[in-house]
Design a protein around this ligand. Structure first.
Ligand code: TXE
Length: 512
């Protein structure tokens, strides 16, 4: 069986301890791969190698155009290897092969987008209006960047960090989820083969909790960019505080999908299904909270239930399958516990909510589940269950203004702030609501699309910083102001400055 190795100091190797981890195919719980399990000693070696490369190596001194060219080659190569990569991703995640193929397209677009950014100038000249002064703002790479990614979109999440970090000239240490190492390992090989300086890339595999503190506390690491759960994000932020390193966090969401009575209902209902059940709900921006106007509740919910029951859950490689399995037995249990607790707390289960038996019993499948008559007192409404579970809340009011105000209040009633949507035929209401929702991405009459050109990230406890777009590159750049006095002169601030000037004058004439 293949053993995936770490990549440290330009060499693929086992971990120092020799420890390994078996990787499951979540759709049938068989082991399909073994991966090296990094220890703190491996993390120390990776940090030292990355530091050495950044302080005295070549990558940061190559031209940005050169680095952009390499990113473009990486994009082309990923598309060429799409089938292989999509298979690896399916085996690691249990999501459908069709979705994994689309993910590779998205990953290639991210590399292409940042390749294009190589021509965008980040510097600027400042005119301080002082004779003899040249003043300019330049950008430089941040340094050694630790990039920690989760299991739901393994390669895509990696690409959002790797492409801008490398374009900026940083040294990177990649740490994918211990559950889904394959495609990130593949990416590292592609990066090296397509021309990235090997010393600028380190790959650590294994559990984050074990090597995390070594990475996040190290004074030799300048930045941590993390995508994952809220609790882990809090831990990382605290442990990075000791060295005041730059931290970028994307910590998921509890995203409201608001439907007003005047919306195009067939479109709203169809998209509400994709919003929450795509990739079995294991999506940070999943529209897991339906916030629907009371007057259309029955119509919308009846249709959602009918359609949810028809969603084909099963073999990820079968082209008829619409959604695959959850990532692990542990995660499925977590999702199921949220559903059971919601029922105890008063929610009405309309469909799903049972761990499947029969053909699906070998894998970690969970059916599309809808919980009606929910409110904020229920754990499944305020916590991220991260599974195929839709909670339904309603809003009403005596006037248009009151209904709008109530919908906004419910949609904002969460500690998270990643994404949300509003469905209405009234364009001015759509704009008003969109501006008042405290979430980093708002879709109007749509759900889920994103483009690499547009920033992605969260408000409130969904994190800080932004990925994608120009801001996604700025995260990996330091800004430096260079003030150049081309006619240096005595400043004359302190009392003996005239003497200093005279002394300097004498010295100068002596020289002559
Ligand atoms: O994530 P973790 P888990 C949410 C979702 C899910 C919950 C927990 O609600 O149920 O998080 O999932 C590494 N220092 N999201 O436990 O632990 C870990 O190895 C440094 C939302 O799988 O956050 C992996 O590489 N790193 C999310 C990465 O962190 C540490 C996507 C994410 O794992 C670490 C996935 C530590 N102390 C889950 N502990 C999103 N925002 O899209 C763990 N890691």
């Amino acid at each position: 069986m293949t053993i995936l190795q770490l990549f440290i100091d330009s060499t693929f190797s086992d971990s120092e301890s020799g420890n390994t981890r078996d990787i499951e195919y979540p759709a049938d719980s068989t082991i399909h791969l073994t991966a090296a399990e990094a220890s703190s000693a491996d993390a120390e070696r990776a940090i030292a190698a990355a530091r050495r490369e950044f302080d005295s190596g070549q990558w940061r001194h190559t031209t940005v155009a050169h680095r952009g060219d390499i990113l473009r080659k990486v994009a082309r190569r990923l598309l060429k290897d799409k089938e292989t990569i999509a298979r690896l991703e399916t085996f690691d995640t249990g999501k459908t092969y069709a979705e994994c193929e689309m993910d590779v397209d998205d990953v290639a677009s991210v590399f292409s987008y940042y390749a294009d950014q190589a021509t965008a100038s980040n510097g600027r000249v400042v005119d301080p209006s002082v004779p003899g002064i040249s003043s300019k703002i330049v950008t430089e790479p941040v340094g050694v960047c630790v990039l920690i990614t989760p299991w739901n979109y393994p390669l895509l999440q990696a690409s959002w960090k790797v492409a801008p970090a490398l374009l900026a000239g940083n040294s990177i240490i990649l740490k994918p989820s211990e559950l889904t190492p394959s495609t990130t390992h593949y990416l590292v090989k592609v990066l090296i083969e397509e021309g990235v300086e090997p010393a600028a890339v380190q790959l650590l595999l294994g559990a984050g909790a074990d090597i995390g503190p070594t990475l996040t506390e190290s004074p030799d690491v300048d930045m941590v960019s993390f995508t994952g759960g809220l609790e882990t994000g809090r831990t990382i932020m605290k442990s990075a505080a000791g060295t005041v390193k730059r931290v970028a966090l994307e910590l998921g969401g509890k995203n409201p999908n608001v439907i007003f009575a005047d919306a195009d209902l067939p479109a709203a209902i169809d998209n509400a299904l994709t919003a929450v059940f795509l990739d079995s709900g294991q999506v940070c921006s999943a529209g897991a909270r339906l916030v629907v106007e009371e007057s259309i509740h029955d119509k919308v919910v009846d249709e959602l239930v009918r359609r949810a029951r028809e969603i084909r859950v099963g073999d990820p490689f079968d082209s008829a399958t619409e959604t695959g399995s959850l990532i692990s037995s542990e995660h499925r249990q977590k999702v199921h516990t949220y559903v059971e607790r919601a029922r105890e707390q008063g929610a009405t289960l309309l469909c799903g909510g049972e761990i499947p038996e029969g053909d699906l019993a070998k894998g970690y499948f969970y059916p599309p589940t809808i919980l009606d008559r929910c409110d904020q007192s229920m754990d499944c409404v305020h916590d991220e269950s991260f599974g195929p579970v839709l909670t339904v809340e309603t809003f009403s009011g005596d006037s248009d203004e009151e209904r709008e105000k109530n919908a906004i209040a419910i949609a904002n009633d969460t500690i998270y702030g990643l994404a949300g949507a509003v469905w209405t035929a009234d364009a001015s209401r759509a704009e008003r609501v969109a501006r008042q929702l405290r979430h980093g991405t708002i879709w109007i009459n749509d759900y889920h699309p994103y483009v690499p050109h547009a920033e992605w990230g969260g408000m409130k406890q969904s994190g800080n910083g932004r990925e994608l777009g120009p801001t996604g590159l700025a995260e990996y750049l330091e800004i430096k102001h260079i003030w150049h006095n081309t006619q240096p002169a005595v400043a004359g601030w302190f009392a003996n400055s005239e003497d200093a000037s005279a002394t300097a004058g004498e010295a100068n004439s002596g020289d002559n």
